[in-house]
Ligand binder design. Sequence first.
Ligand code: HEC
Ligand code: HEC
Length: 391
Amino acid sequence: MLRTFKKKVLGVAGLLGILSSTSFFFAGAILEPEDYPSAGELGAPLVGVDVAQYNSGRVFFDKDFQNRDGLGPHFNADSCQACHNRGAIGGAGRRDLNVFRVLREDDDGILSHASEGPLVSRGSRWDVAKEDSPRTNRVFEERNSPPLFGLGLLEKIPRTEIESRVDEDDSDGDGISGRIHELENGELGRFGWKAQIPTIRDFVHDAFGQELSVTTVGSTFAVSEDDDEFADPELDPSILDDVEYFIQSLAPPPLVSNLSDGEEFLNEEGEDLFESVGCTACHVPELSYVDADTSTPIIVRAFTDLLLHDLPDALAAAPTGIPDGDASATEFRTPPLWGLRFSAPYFHDGYSESVENAILRHGGEGASSVENFQSLSEGERAALLFYVENL
Ligand code: HEC
Ligand code: HEC
């Protein structure tokens, strides 16, 4: 009961927070042991991790930060789980919790970060962002919260394996290029819709700073100062360690079980079609790394190549999106599809309620697989959708 109530309140808090720092929030609900997912359930830890540190990180991921913890002055939500809670703590987020990216466009079409004035470059309220911004010279992109399950494994995939699939000039002529998002300092971007952030730790800095306005130090993605009355950095470094550990320890989403024989059959047909229409060119079923302790190869079935692809929205009337780092307005990192059955709504903006709509939006490098999808028989399309919807 408490949890349901809390979630409702958080939705509102997230929306109001950007206007001003208010203090009507409820104290963080410390999770009861029975709330913890057990092995095989969504949100459970990987086997063999330090469960005490995972639990501690989970408490801080769930905690409703208060002003006295450094929250504010302007923030999108008062906890991490406010936006990452679908299915379990650490999950995806509803569309009404989307974050907005805002850029300023001058008369020559040059884009820059909207950093001065009352405008936030990242906020969660469309109408507030618009109120502050004449529509003519601002560019917006909405971003929906992705689920965090299994990210620790994606962080371990060697850069060489990711680079082995790069085909920047499409030398094999299949219409699909794919390139890494290399950051200015040479690091490989892995996380975020545009692979704009290299490590989970950097993302934790970024999220505390940008979403909660709780200041940290130690990363180029940290927000190290803000103008509330509390001394910076506001976050105890051990909390940052624990939240990083919690995310790194989240097991990948469990595979679907208890399909009937008929459904198994459909699922297998869908899996074959997923490959034959060309989805696996980007949603690569398997990546791998070698476990440092045991020297055994670990297969990661995430359905991504972690590369950027040019994927303009095929259903949009006009071009959309903003560049981010080296990624252009229409380049996105192939999102992992594992656990898709828990992560609706889909696409970077969360505007696809159905998997089919998400497929039809693949333009650019994704266009030929959509053509192949559309030329399937009705039964085949149903099988492919069944497969993807049950990942
Ligand atoms: C207001 C909503 C919101 C809150 C609160 C929030 N996030 Fe997120 N999170 C997002 C969005 C949106 C993205 C995708 C951002 C992007 O790609 O630009 C994201 C992405 C992430 C990612 C990368 C996921 C991936 O697959 O690449 C991590 C890690 C993450 N968040 C951690 C956190 C942590 C830790 C906190 C709390 C300190 C937090 N988030 C709070 C909305 C939120
Ligand atoms: C050229 C690379 C490429 C190909 C081929 C491709 N995808 Fe994608 N897919 C992407 C990218 C990039 C996105 C993210 C686009 C965005 O959010 O704007 C995406 C997004 C998705 C999503 C939404 C995921 C989420 O978490 O919101 C689904 C579902 C999906 N693809 C399924 C498919 C299927 C099914 C096929 C085959 C018919 C396919 N894709 C072919 C690159 C590709």
